[in-house]
Design a protein around this ligand. Sequence first.
Ligand SMILES: NC(=O)C1=CN([C@@H]2O[C@H](COP(=O)(O)OP(=O)(O)OC[C@H]3O[C@@H](n4cnc5c(N)ncnc54)[C@H](OP(=O)(O)O)[C@@H]3O)[C@@H](O)[C@H]2O)C=CC1
Ligand SMILES: O=C(CO)COP(=O)(O)O
Ligand SMILES: [Zn+2]
Length: 354
Amino acid sequence: MDEGNFCKVRSILFPRNVLMGHGVIKDIPEMCKNFDLSGTATIITGDKTKDVAADSISSLLKSSNYNVTTISIGAATRENLHKTVDLAKDSHANFLIGVGGGSKIDLAKMAAKELGIEFISVPTSASHDGIASGRASIKGPDGPISMEAKTPLGVVADTSIIVKAPFRLLVAGCADVISNITAIKDWEYAERLLGEEFSRSACAMALYTSEAIIESADLIKPGVEESVWISLKPIIVSGVSMAVAGSSRPTSGSEHMFSHALDMIAPGRALHGEQCGVGCIMMMYLHGGNWMAIRDALIKLGAPTTARELGITKEELLEALTMAHKIRDRFTILGHQGLTYEAAERLAKITKVI
Ligand SMILES: NC(=O)C1=CN([C@@H]2O[C@H](COP(=O)(O)OP(=O)(O)OC[C@H]3O[C@@H](n4cnc5c(N)ncnc54)[C@H](OP(=O)(O)O)[C@@H]3O)[C@@H](O)[C@H]2O)C=CC1
Ligand SMILES: O=C(CO)COP(=O)(O)O
Ligand SMILES: [Zn+2]
């Protein structure tokens, strides 16, 4: 028997400690000490999230005798990644703490990987499922690139902070996770048609998260900390499913390619998760699945289900649909040729997106 077939080597990295709950940011110094992190902590944050949480985390760490520097940065672009790495180097960072939304956490996890140091993820919103993932989406001139990044050593999700974030961000995170359902269908299709490597465990985890959010859509309300708790568990497990798969395959398929295309055509109009939710409705129709159930769940959450609610025109939507298959080399229901303009228009009309 050819031993080669049975000597596959996989390494799966998970966060070592995921702290979720009311007021847990006060435990960050203790988490760092338990991880034997010492020296200079460099916080990667944004203009809003610096006030929301980064400044208090800085004070907590300084009172525990850490040297702390803070970098406030913008979108998760290649240029800002280089800037983050350079500034972290200049600050002699011994470890990084990403404090903010998806873009700041992605910049921190990629910078940590490039610098070969540890990173702790401190989401201030539950707007995406990158909180616990070892992946980062860094935007370049030809669109976003999904990169292998540093898996957070620890995740600190303080529900008392996240509940105060604009509710729209929590809804976007839920929509991002609901969209796993079409990512999985694309992955199963690629496995059946092309024999692509497939992980049933990663698939089961990602499917659980999508179903969990859909089933609890009625319970996710603004200003209710319990709603954050209900959403956070699937959101974190969704990120862990990427660690198990060793890629974003269980959480990112044709619906994400549509979203990434929109990021290029109409940047900043809608949140990542909102775009993925609308993409999921349409791609579920292409898969012959129950797209109406997806649309109903998104409506229950208060997430966008139309081009207008995404703040994009019909033409921008159809352009994103017809270029989505080219976004990355990942086989999905869109195939290699993608949608024609007429097919895209018909799809968007049938699913009430336009
Ligand atoms: N790596 C992965 O596995 C994944 C990565 N992603 C990536 O994440 C990004 C999307 O994340 P998203 O969070 O939607 O976008 P952003 O990181 O751009 O955050 C959106 C806005 O929310 C603000 N914000 C965050 N928390 C709070 C708060 N508590 N109170 C007030 N404002 C707040 C941010 O403030 P500020 O200006 O201070 O940053 C920012 O202005 C995309 O780049 C996407 O590709 C998405 C899914 C998975
Ligand atoms: O957004 C993601 C999962 O929700 C990550 O996906 P990408 O690999 O497409 O950037
Ligand atoms: Zn996503």
